[in-house]
Design a binder for this molecule. Structure first.
Ligand code: ADP
Ligand code: ZN
Length: 729
C-alpha cells in the first residue's frame, strides 16, 4: 500500500477493504467491493495481484491508516467459507508484530491448505466386505470392529497403519468405498469410560475442569514426574471442553512419535482425534482444515503449526512436553509454539495448560511471578517407583580400547537380559561416527557447504552432513595427503554402539531407533509395537527413544555419553541436558519391576549429573537461576538475535559490521557481536550473529525495528530476526 497517496486526498472518505495476502509483503492492499458482493473482516476473497489471482483475507482496518484514494481494483470473488474469526486475525497480527515478520507470512501459515476453501472433492475410504481370508491379528480385528460401528471410514480414521489396511484389502477383508462429500471426524465421547483416576489425579483433574468451565484465559503448569498420569489427567480436561461444546487443541512436540499417545486417546474417547502435521497428504490436510473451520473436529492433535488453524471456538490448549525445543520453529516465521499457544489462548479466552516433568525455566519463572498457576502430580501412578539413577565415572571404569560401553554397564545389561527384561542404550547421535580423520596427516572430513564435520553412515558407506544433507562416498585415500586406507572413525554414533552391542550381546534381539531408520509415524508405531510385544530385547536409539513412550518391560537405561549435550555450552545446555536425560531415565521401570539408569560420564560431579542422581531438579533450577538472573539472561531478561547471512563473505561481513555500529544504545541494553556464528557457514552461506540482551521490562521489538531501519541491507544478504532465541548456532 503506498503510504503517501492517502494524505494527498485527505477529503475523500475511505472506500474498499484492506486485504491481507499470504505473501511476505509489507501490509494489506486495498480492493473495491463490487456491488452485489458482501465482504466483511475475515472473509476469504480472491483478488487480482498484477496478472495473477490470489486468495486473501479481508483484514481489519488499522485506525491510523486511512484507505488510499487512488482507484482500486475490485475483488474478484468472496468465497462461501466461514470468515476467519477475530481471535485468529488478532493472533496473526500479534505473532507478526512479536516476531518482526510480515503479517502475510504469518497468514500463510494460517492458510496452509488453500484448497480447503474449494468445493469438497470426492474421496475414498474403506468398508468391510464381510468375507476375505486372512489372519485376524489384533490390529485387523480393531479395524473390523471400527468399521462395524461405522462404515465407510477414511484410512486415517481407522486404528491401524496404512500397511495393515493394504494387507487387509489384499486379503479381501476390506474394500475401497466412496466417502460422503463432507467427511466428519467422529466426535470423541466425553462420557466414554476412561480409567478411574487416583485421588491426587482426580484433584488435579477437577482443578483443570474448573478452568475449562470458566471460559476464560488462564495458564497452568501441570507438572508431574514421568509416569504420574499427566496425560490421563489432562484428557479429563479435554473431556470437559467437549462437554462445553468447545474445541480442544493438543500440541505434541513430535507428532510422528505419538502412536502410543493416540492409542491412549482412543482408549479414553472411543475414537481417534483429528491430526495436524507436515506429513499429512494434501487431501487430508484440506479436509482437516475444513473440519476445524466448521467446528466438526472437536479435538485436534498437532505439531506447532496447528496453532494457526481456524478454530471457531477454542476452549482449551494443551502443550505437552512444554520444555521441548521442537516447539521452536527456526525458519520462515521464527516463533516458539509454547509461548504463542499462550497468546492464542488469550485471544480465544481459553485456558492453556503447559505439561512437563521438567518444565522450562521460562515457565517456572512465570509460575514464581504469579502469572501462571501450577498443579502437581508428585508420584508415579500405581505405585511404580522412580528409577534408581547411578552415574558411572568413566575415568574409574574405562571401556576396553575402541569400545564405548563401560564394564559395569555391560554387566547390568547382561543381568537385565538374563532376567528376561528389556534394556535401552541411549546416544543422541545418528550414524556410525561423528568424525572421520586421516591417521597420517590429521585431515578431518568436513562438509563443503557447512562448518560441520561429515558423519559416517556405515550401512550406506557414506559420509553425510547433518545440516545440509550433503553426502559423499567414504574415500579410499585421504583427500589431503593421499594416504591409502588411513581414514579412521572417531567417536560413537548409534550405529557404532549397535555394532558393539552385537559383539557383546549376540543373542539379544536388537533394534536401532534413529531418524535414519524410523522415517515416519508408521515406522515409529511399528517399532513401539515390537518393543511392547517383547519382540526386542535391547533398544539402541537417539532422542527418538526418549519421548513419552511407555514400555512396561523396560527396566534398564544406559546413557552412553551423558556429557554430550553439555559440550556446546550455550545458555541452556545444562537445562536441556537435564530435561533430556530425565526424560530418557523416565523410560525405565514404568510398571512393577523397578528401573535402573546408568549415566556414563567423565564429569560425575557436574551439577547436571548431581541433579539427576539425587532426583533433585529443584536444586538444579535454583542454581541455574542464580547463574542467569544477575546478568539478565533469560528468563530473567530478554534476548533477540540477528543472523546475517549471504553467499558473499565480504558483503555479509560488511552488513554485520554495519549492524554492529548501528546497535541501539540504551541503559541496560547490551549488544554482543557481530561475531561469526558457530555454524559460520551453512548451506554455502556465510553467517554472522548479533545478540541483543535487555532487562525484562524493555520490549525489544521497537528497539529491533529502529535498529534494522538504520541499515540498508542489499538483496543478496539476509538478516533474520530471532526473538527469544533457543539455538545459538
Ligand atoms: P505421564 O504423562 O505423566 O508420563 P501417563 O499419563 O503416561 O503419565 O501415565 C503413565 C502410565 O500409567 C500410562 O500407561 C497410563 O495409562 C497409566 N495410568 C496413569 N494413570 C492411570 C489411572 N488413573 N488408571 C490407570 N492407569 C493409569
Ligand atoms: Zn553441510
Amino acid at each position: 500500500m503506498p503510504p503517501s497517496s492517502a494524505s494527498l486526498f485527505p477529503e475523500k472518505p475511505p472506500h474498499g477493504v484492506p486485504v491481507l495476502l499470504p505473501l511476505p509483503l509489507g501490509g494489506t492492499y486495498d480492493y473495491a467491493v463490487p456491488p452485489g458482493l458482501h465482504a466483511e473482516p475475515g472473509s476469504f476473497v480472491v483478488v487480482p495481484l498484477g496478472p495473477r489471482r490470489m486468495l486473501g483475507v479481508v483484514w481489519d482496518r488499522t485506525p491510523d491508516a486511512p484507505a488510499p484514494a487512488i482507484k482500486l481494483r475490485p475483488l474478484i470473488e468472496v468465497l462461501p467459507a466461514p470468515p476467519m474469526r477475530p481471535a485468529l486475525r488478532q493472533f496473526i497480527d500479534w505473532v507478526a508484530n512479536y516476531t518482526l515478520s510480515p503479517p502475510g507470512a504469518v497468514l500463510r501459515m494460517a492458510m496452509s491448505a488453500p484448497t480447503a476453501l474449494e468445493k469438497p472433492a470426492i474421496r475414498a475410504g474403506w468398508r468391510p466386505t464381510g468375507t476375505g481370508v486372512g489372519r485376524l491379528t489384533p490390529d485387523r480385528a480393531k479395524v473390523l470392529e471400527a468399521l462395524a460401528a461405522h462404515s465407510p471410514q477414511p484410512g486415517e480414521a481407522l486404528p491401524a497403519t496404512p500397511a495393515v489396511l493394504r494387507g487387509m484389502a489384499k486379503a479381501g477383508m476390506i474394500e475401497p468405498a466412496l466417502l460422503p462429500a463432507a467427511p466428519r471426524f467422529t466426535p470423541p465421547d466425553p462420557e466414554h469410560p476412561g480409567p478411574a483416576l487416583s485421588e491426587t489425579q482426580a484433584g488435579v483433574a477437577e482443578a483443570l475442569r474448573a478452568r475449562v468451565a470458566a471460559h476464560e484465559f488462564s495458564v497452568t503448569l501441570l507438572r508431574g514426574v514421568t509416569g504420574s498420569g499427566k496425560t490421563e489427567t489432562y484428557l479429563d480436561a479435554v473431556a470437559e471442553c467437549l462437554r462445553h461444546g468447545r474445541q480442544a487443541l493438543v500440541l505434541l512436540p513430535e507428532i510422528a512419535l505419538s502412536s502410543q499417545w493416540l492409542a491412549r486417546f482412543r482408549a479414553r474417547f472411543g475414537c481417534a482425534p483429528a491430526l495436524w502435521h507436515s506429513e499429512l497428504s494434501p487431501a487430508v490436510r484440506r479436509d482437516t482444515w475444513r473440519a476445524v473451520a466448521e467446528g466438526s473436529a472437536p479435538v485436534l492433535v498437532g505439531a506447532r503449526s496447528a496453532l494457526f488453524l481456524p478454530f471457531p471456538d477454542l476452549g482449551l490448549i494443551i502443550v505437552d512436553e512444554e520444555h521441548e525445543t521442537a516447539f521452536k520453529q527456526e525458519d520462515g516465521v521464527v516463533y516458539h509454539a509454547r509461548d504463542m499457544a499462550v497468546v492464542r489462548a488469550r485471544f480465544s479466552e481459553a485456558p492453556c495448560v503447559l505439561v512437563s516433568a521438567t518444565p522450562s525455566l521460562e515457565t517456572i519463572a512465570n509460575v514464581e511471578a504469579g502469572r501462571y498457576s501450577e498443579l502437581t502430580l508428585p508420584t508415579r501412578h500405581g505405585g511404580a517407583s522412580l528409577p534408581e539413577i547411578e552415574v558411572l565415572d568413566m575415568r574409574a571404569h574405562p571401556p576396553e580400547r575402541g569400545r564405548f560401553l563401560a564394564p559395569p554397564l555391560v554387566e547390568a545389561i547382561e543381568a537385565t537380559l538374563a532376567r528376561g527384561e528389556q534394556a535401552m542404550l541411549f546416544l543422541n547421535r545418528r550414524g556410525y561416527a561423528p568424525l572421520t580423520l586421516c591417521r597420517t596427516c590429521g585431515h578431518r572430513m568436513q562438509c563443503p557447504n557447512c562448518t560441520a564435520w561429515l558423519v559416517e553412515h556405515r550401512a550406506q558407506r557414506r559420509l553425510q552432513c547433518h545440516h545440509c544433507g550433503h553426502a559423499e562416498p567414504i574415500p579410499v585415500r585421504c583427500p589431503e595427503c593421499n594416504a591409502e586406507n588411513s581414514l579412521t572413525a572417531i567417536g560413537p554414533g548409534v550405529e557404532r554402539v549397535q555394532e558393539e552391542a552385537a559383539l557383546l550381546f549376540p543373542d539379544a534381539r536388537r533394534l536401532v531407533m534413529a531418524s535414519d531408520n524410523i522415517p515416519g509415524p508408521a515406522a515409529a508405531a511399528e517399532a513401539a509395537r515390537r518393543i511392547e510385544d517383547r519382540e526386542v530385547d535391547l533398544v539402541i536409539g537417539t532422542q527418538i527413544v526418549a519421548k513419552g513412550w511407555h514400555f512396561p518391560h523396560l527396566t534398564l537405561v544406559g546413557v552412553v555419553d551423558a556429557d554430550l549435550g553439555l559440550a556446546g555450552g550455550d545458555l541452556r545446555a545444562a537445562e536441556r541436558t537435564v530435561q533430556l536425560l530425565h526424560q530418557v531415565a523416565g523410560r525405565a521401570g514404568r510398571a512393577e519391576a523397578p528401573g535402573r539408569v546408568l549415566l556414563q560420564s567423565f564429569s560425575p560431579e557436574h551439577p547436571v549429573m548431581q541433579a539427576l542422581l539425587h532426583h533433585d531438579l529443584g536444586a538444579f533450577v535454583a542454581e541455574e537461576k542464580a547463574q542467569r538472573a544477575p546478568g539478565h539472561w533469560p528468563p530473567y531478561g530478554r534476548l533477540a538475535a540477528l543472523i546475517v547471512s549471504g553467499e558473499d563473505p565480504v558483503e555479509t561481513a560488511r552488513i554485520a559490521r554495519a549492524l554492529g555500529l548501528a546497535a541501539p544504545e540504551m541503559p541496560g541494553v547490551q549488544v554482543l557481536g557481530p561475531a561469526p556464528a558457530p555454524l559460520a557457514m551453512l548451506r554455502g552461506r556465510h553467517r554472522h550473529r548479533l545478540l541483543l540482551k535487555a532487562p525484562r521490562g524493555i520490549a525489544v521489538q521497537p528497539l529491533l525495528r529502529a535498529w534494522l531501519a538504520r541499515v540498508e541491507v542489499p538483496n543478496a544478504v539476509r538478516v533474520q530476526v530471532d526473538v527469544d532465541p533457543v539455538s545459538f548456532l
